[in-house]
Design a protein around this ligand. Structure first.
Ligand code: PBG
Length: 325
């Protein structure tokens, strides 16, 4: 008891604080999401995400090289494709020569030693912007998992290291695992977006991949209700049972309780996704002089580690890796 116990004693100096630190943020913990577009030498800034660009493949190569040099271990690719390639059933997603497949092959040909994670979901490829195949106005689960398995196979053939289904269909992890294994891709990892919420923090992302044009688009019949956590545990358990190698909780900061609970319950690697809206809030408030960017971005990412995440997807990965240096 005080005054014998003085917790401030361990915070006296910088070396003591470092010695006592429980959670350490490393560049190796970060995954950099990258938006890919057609063309050459293209970098389009995304208005709602200052400092984040849609990049043509040659630029993605440079960005990936820089990420690798800074100690980042993986990138995550997201396509922004032309409207005339979008269709009702996302046909472009199963094209072995689509933008993402060409990006993967180019990166692999350059011999980069950085992991490539690819989103599996149909939203960048559908006219309606939903993650799956529509039947009578709603996303049809079983038709969609077949489509997603095709998409995953195409990505694996192109050389993807990690397949990351972000669609929230039931049974898609097992279906994709079986499809990959049947085609001898037994070593392609699956990172399941297991607890993905129907969040309004994805707004800027939908602008980035141009999938959010529809005013009334809601993903509430497949993404999780923001009010639930028990259901998140069931989703995670299910995905682990179906063969997920790692799981994701998304978004990050508003769902730290979910990360914490999952970390306590499951012996699995947990990734947190600091989504577009979280990034933009911190970035835009910092640009307005309200927050200190360096401090708030490090603080927010450290909170994911403290909650129990082993890795973090963040649009600030490059900047943060530089800061940590
Ligand atoms: C696609 C997908 C989304 C995000 C990642 N994959 C958007 C969505 O589900 O609508 C969001 C990422 C972000 O906001 O940064 N299924």
């Amino acid at each position: 008891m005080f005054p014998i116990v003085r917790l401030r004693r361990n915070r006296r100096t910088s070396w003591l604080r470092d010695l006592m630190a429980e959670s350490i943020l490393r560049p190796e913990d970060l995954v950099l999401p990258i938006f890919v577009i057609e063309g050459e030498n293209q970098r389009q800034e995304i208005k709602t995400m200052p400092g984040v660009y849609r990049q043509s493949i040659d630029q993605v190569v440079n960005t990936a090289k820089e990420a690798q040099a800074r100690g980042i271990k993986a990138i995550a690719l997201f396509p922004s494709i032309d409207d005339d390639l979008k269709s009702e059933n996302a046909d472009e997603a199963y094209n072995l020569d689509n933008l993402i497949c060409r990006t993967i092959r180019t990166l692999k040909n350059k011999g980069l030693e950085i992991g490539i994670s690819c989103d599996v979901a149909l939203d960048p490829y559908t006219i309606h912007g939903h993650d799956g195949i529509l039947l009578d106005g709603d996303v049809d689960n079983d038709a969609t998992i077949e489509a997603l398995s095709n998409q995953a196979l195409v990505l694996a053939k192109a050389g993807a290291d990690i397949i990351a289904p972000s669609d929230m269909m039931d049974g898609r992890i097992m279906a994709i695992r079986e499809e990959l294994d049947a085609n001898n891709f037994i070593n392609v990892n699956i990172l399941a977006y297991a607890a993905k919420y129907n969040s309004s923090f994805y707004g800027p992302f939908r602008e980035a991949v141009r999938s959010g044009k529809k005013e009334y688009l809601t993903k509430s019949t497949y993404q999780m209700d923001i009010r639930n956590i028990k259901e998140a545990m069931r989703e995670i358990e299910q995905d682990i049972t179906e063969g997920a190698d790692m799981i994701m909780v998304k978004p990050g900061m508003p769902y730290l309780d979910v990360i914490r609970e999952a970390a306590g319950r499951f012996d699995v690697h947990i990734f947190a996704y600091q989504v577009s809206g979280e990034y933009s809030m911190l970035k835009i408030a910092s640009e307005a002089g309200v927050l200190d960017w360096q401090k708030v971005i490090i603080e927010s990412l450290t909170s994911f580690k403290r909650a129990g995440a082993s890795g973090i997807f963040t649009y600030a990965a490059l900047e943060v890796a530089k800061m940590i240096e």
